[in-house]
Design a protein around this ligand. Structure first.
Ligand code: UTP
Length: 288
């Protein structure tokens, strides 16, 4: 009987080298889309999906990311003194979103290794994984769309999106048969295939609902592409043993894991926000 997804893991221990020089001192998860850091969006998406137990996997030295979710006494006092109820509510919202546990990945050995750090936190439940670099704006939280498929079909679910051919060699690609309504039965997953060998144009996006069996598969899997311990390989190893589905989610996705992507996410978000309307109009960035 498939269980309800109650826990989420947010792997955020990567080096963020593509954001140098800023990431030489500022952790990538704290880079903002206007005034909210990437990590906020990930936690808010989980919370909106009713998932309130969250483990953040951080590398040593990224304590500032954990601090973001801890109460900030001096700031709170100052806002109270000024009677700034609006900003006080913003501050409280950060802390009330979820119960955040911080886990450490001592070396950046890959996404699979980062997820493995959450084994004790997860136990034997089916759990969510949210990559903070992947931003998704949708009516139903993307992770909730995946959880629904897991609850209906059992097993694990990956988020999927159709991508242009030039993007294929940089992404995890899915070999799947359509089941209907944006759901596909997965036959295979390939990490970063050459375009000619790609089984489809369906790419994995950074949202997963995984059974706890993935931990053993990560542990016993060999290091894959680029010498890193790949999550994709461990998920693919379950094919034939338990159901694996891909959910072509509804919503707008931007990979904010590069400077250009983060810039695009800022423009996207600014177009949605009333307080940015003036500057968006001045810059000629209104939607067509
Ligand atoms: P990326 O592939 O974007 O790597 O990780 P990165 O290190 O963050 O960034 P670059 O490539 O150096 O610019 C995808 C996700 O997996 C996490 C990252 O934090 C990001 O959320 N990750 C990656 C870990 O938590 N640990 C790792 O060892 C690697």
């Amino acid at each position: 009987m498939p269980q309800k997804v109650r826990k989420a893991v947010i792997p955020a221990a990567g080096l963020g080298t593509r954001f140098l020089p800023v990431t030489s001192a500022v952790p990538k998860p704290l880079l903002p889309v206007i005034d909210r850091p990437l990590i906020f969006y990930a936690v808010a998406e989980a919370a909106a999906a009713g998932i309130h137990e969250i483990a953040m996997v951080l590398s040593p030295g990224l304590e500032a990311v954990a601090d973001y979710f801890s109460p900030n006494g001096p700031m709170e006092e100052a806002l109270k003194k000024r009677g700034d109820a609006e900003r006080l509510a913003m501050l409280h919202k950060i802390h009330s979103l979820a119960e955040v546990t911080v886990l450490e990945q001592t070396e950046p050995k890959g996404l699979g290794d980062a997820v493995l750090m959450a084994r004790a936190f997860v136990g034997d439940e089916t759990f969510a994984v949210i990559l903070p670099d992947d931003l998704i704006w949708s009516d139903t939280p993307a992770i909730a769309q995946l959880a629904q498929v897991a609850e209906e079909h059992g097993g694990s679910v990956v988020a999927a999106k159709r991508v242009p051919s030039e993007a294929i060699p940089n992404l995890g690609i899915i070999d799947a048969d359509p089941l209907g309504e944006g759901v596909h039965r997965v036959q295979g997953l390939v990490e970063k295939p050459p375009f000619e060998e790609a089984p489809s144009d369906l790419a994995i996006v950074g949202r997963y609902v995984l059974t706890s069996g993935v931990f053993d598969r990560i542990k016993h899997g060999a290091a894959g592409a680029l010498g890193e311990i790949q999550l994709t390989d461990a998920i693919a190893a379950a094919i034939g043993q338990e159901p694996l589905h891909a959910r072509e989610f509804e919503g707008d996705h931007i990979d904010a894991g590069t400077p250009a992507g983060l810039f695009a996410a800022n423009i996207y978000e600014a177009r949605r926000r009333d307080d940015m309307a003036e500057v968006i109009a001045e810059l000629g960035l209104l939607p067509d």
